[in-house]
Design a protein around this ligand. Structure first.
Ligand SMILES: Nc1nc2c(c(=O)[nH]1)N[C@H]1C(S)=C(S)[C@@H](COP(=O)(O)O)O[C@H]1N2
Ligand SMILES: [Mo]
Length: 212
């Protein structure tokens, strides 16, 4: 088992650390307080579930007319897109130009026919992780349910076989090992949101913490 207390404290202290002058704004695509990296770090709670393609399923449930559970073949038959976007982690690294391949989250949602009172979503992962988004944020056209990046199948470390990618939010909203999308009328904080991280998480507004 990971040492949760140590992990959580470590992450929060990294995110709280003052930004580094000099390195800031060297590139207008890098939000304030972030430093560019090119090695695509791996970050998570340390539980990296192994899900075979045979057993993998993605469920969409909650306030929907038509609950769905996609298996691997059904998922690959959906319209596939490639989207190049930047990835910003609250622990202050950013990686530019990741070319994600997969299915737009909005296309998957449409299959489930969301009811009119849906305003929020909860993303559930195979490692037990949960994060939340507004419906609006999930429907953005750069939000991808991804199974490939950098020209190769998504590795288990980066959330394979399938993860969510939400480029306009800090990376903790990009749920790895995605298992289910729950459509809700009310918002409910996820793992990090319950521990003081900002509910919206827009890196361009430096929405790191919900309070200072
Ligand atoms: N299921 C799951 N998704 C997760 C996490 C996690 O612990 N579990 N960590 C989040 C955090 S805090 C970050 S910064 C990114 C890191 O993604 P990467 O490891 O591909 O860089 O994944 C996010 N998605
Ligand atoms: Mo993170």
């Amino acid at each position: 088992m990971p040492d949760w207390k140590k992990l959580i404290a470590g992450k929060i202290s990294l995110a709280r650390r003052g930004s580094r002058p000099g390195k800031q704004n060297a590139n207008e695509r890098v939000p304030v307080g972030q430093t560019l990296v090119t090695d695509f770090p791996v970050l998570d709670l340390g539980v990296r579930p192994e899900i075979t393609l045979e057993h993998w399923k993605l469920r969409v449930y909650g306030l929907v007319e038509n609950e769905i559970s996609l298996d691997w073949d059904a998922f690959l038959k959906l319209p596939q897109v490639e989207d190049i976007s930047d990835f910003h982690c609250v622990t202050r690294w950013s990686q530019l130009d990741l070319n994600w391949e997969g299915v737009r989250a909005r296309d998957i949602l449409a299959l489930a026919k969301p009811l009119p009172d849906v305003r929020f979503v909860a993303l559930h992962s195979y490692d037990g992780y949960i994060t939340n988004l507004s419906l609006e944020a999930l429907l953005d056209d750069d939000v991808i349910v991804a199974h490939r990046v950098l020209g190769a199948p998504l590795s288990r470390a980066h959330g394979g076989p399938v993860r969510l990618v939400v480029p306009k939010r800090y990376a903790w909203k990009s749920a790895k090992w995605l298992k289910a999308i729950e459509l809700r009328a009310d918002d409910r904080p996820g793992f990090w949101e319950e521990r003081g991280y900002h509910n919206e998480a827009d890196p361009w507004k430096e929405e790191r913490f919900s309070r200072n």
